[in-house]
Design a protein. Structure first.
Length: 418
């Protein structure tokens, strides 16, 4: 059985077993099983993937910038990447806001005070994360790291953007110092770093079936499918929006922008999407995306390394859609009417948040907290949707990763046409 088939079987088995075990949720033996078996296997698998992220991101970005600069294509690739990212993110938010406005999943929803009280601690934690933002000016300052080593350490905690800015600037500086008679000696070294990090990923993937089973089983074991009850309409709106984004918007981008068959494209990278779903992390899936783009999708490595590495943090279409739906859903729950101007504000803020969201699980919640404050919705309402967030995080991460690969294919097509 091929690796992608093993991972898919493990994902389905984990969901079934976890859903069954949820019946005994709270039992001491089940907590022991989770703590001593599922969590170690799942977390070791994730840590092996994350172990390679920092060297992979740095080497991929620097190599991509230097190689593109040599061919005078850096500015063109960056412009195309930004343009397609804004287009895809805008479409995803518009789809989500339209669906929640039409379906009205929050209208008539009965506020559950018990749920709010139970999740109060988690909501306060999210509030604390959101408060660290410090406004637009501070966000610009934080993008430029004063200590690259510290930025590398923070990258694994979700703050990937400053480290990526350092890698981009370092790559640009390296390209500027290059001469035709003396190419930078660091390039072969960085290529070796990239290859070694890719080898680490290959070793980690040997644990993929067990790791995916453990991660999915642990998630369903804790949360079950109870969120499909009271939150069924909300979950349906998010998943339907993500399905439209992937099945319609991405398919059109592939068909007309990349001149590729959408079915063949997504079939080729199905193992990447399965990993994205099970890990709920764009950063953890990045090594697999790079491998699939270069070796199976035939995307130019210079383009793939640049677009996919930037996209892991800068292209979060699924997250932007989720944020727009969540904000409007909670406004409906609290009976707060939003006119077209307010909805347009939600769309704009969700686009910005989606482009800058970190590629790790749960990073979108602080951004939602900020959006709620902008339109006057009580932030405590976030406690209503926390029970469904892990499942929706898995779904939106899949769309995020698919979007990165699609944009890489479209930009690659444009570069080949040049």
């Amino acid at each position: 059985m091929q690796r992608h088939s093993q991972v898919l079987v493990a994902l389905i088995a984990g969901a079934v077993v976890g859903g069954i075990l949820h019946t005994w949720h709270g039992a001491p033996w089940l907590e022991a099983l989770d703590r001593h078996a599922l969590q170690p296997v799942g977390q070791v698998f994730l840590r092996l993937l994350f172990m390679s992220v920092v060297p992979l991101v740095f080497s991929a970005l620097v190599l991509g910038v230097v190689e593109l600069a040599e061919g005078r294509g850096l500015g063109r690739v960056a412009t195309r990447t930004l343009g397609w990212t804004v287009l895809a993110t805008t479409s995803s938010v518009v789809i989500g806001v339209t669906l929640v406005s039409v379906l009205q999943p929050g209208a008539g929803y009965q506020l559950d005070a018990t749920t709010l009280q139970t999740q109060l601690g988690n909501v306060r934690e999210v509030q604390a994360q959101a408060a660290k933002g410090g406004g637009f000016g501070q966000a610009i300052i934080e993008m430029v790291p004063k200590n690259p080593v510290e930025a590398a350490a923070r990258a694994l905690q979700g703050d990937m953007l400053p480290f990526m800015v350092f890698a981009l600037l370092f790559g640009a500086a390296l390209a500027a110092t290059a001469r035709k008679d003396r190419p930078p000696a660091a390039i072969p070294v960085l290529q070796d770093v990239f290859d070694a990090a890719s080898t680490l990923v290959g070793w980690a993937l040997k644990l993929a079936p067990a790791g995916v089973f453990a991660l999915v089983c642990a998630t369903l074991l804790k949360h079950g499918v109870g969120f499909l009850g009271a939150l069924g309409g909300y979950v349906f709106a998010v998943v339907l929006g993500l399905a439209i984004q992937m099945g319609v918007v991405y398919a059109l981008m592939l068909k007309f922008g990349a001149r590729r068959s959408p079915v063949a494209f997504f079939t080729t990278c199905r193992d990447v999407l399965t990993h994205a779903f099970s890990t709920a992390s764009s950063n953890a899936t990045l090594p697999l995306s790079l491998e699939a783009a270069e070796h199976r999708l035939g995307i130019d490595p210079r383009v793939g390394r640049f677009v996919l590495t930037i996209g892991a943090t800068g292209n979060q279409n699924g997250t932007a859609l989720f944020e727009g739906v969540t904000v409007l859903f909670l406004a409906q729950v609290y009976g707060i009417h939003l006119d077209l101007a307010a909805q347009a504000q939600v769309v704009g803020l969700s686009i910005v948040a989606g482009i800058g969201a970190a590629g790790v699980p749960g990073s979108s919640l602080p951004m939602i907290m900020v959006l709620l404050g902008q339109i006057g919705v009580p932030p405590e309402g976030l406690g209503l949707i926390l029970g469904a967030d892990r499942f929706l995080d898995m779904c939106r991460t899949t769309v995020n990763v698919a979007g990165d690969l699609v944009i890489a294919a479209v930009v690659d097509r444009g570069e080949r046409a040049e």
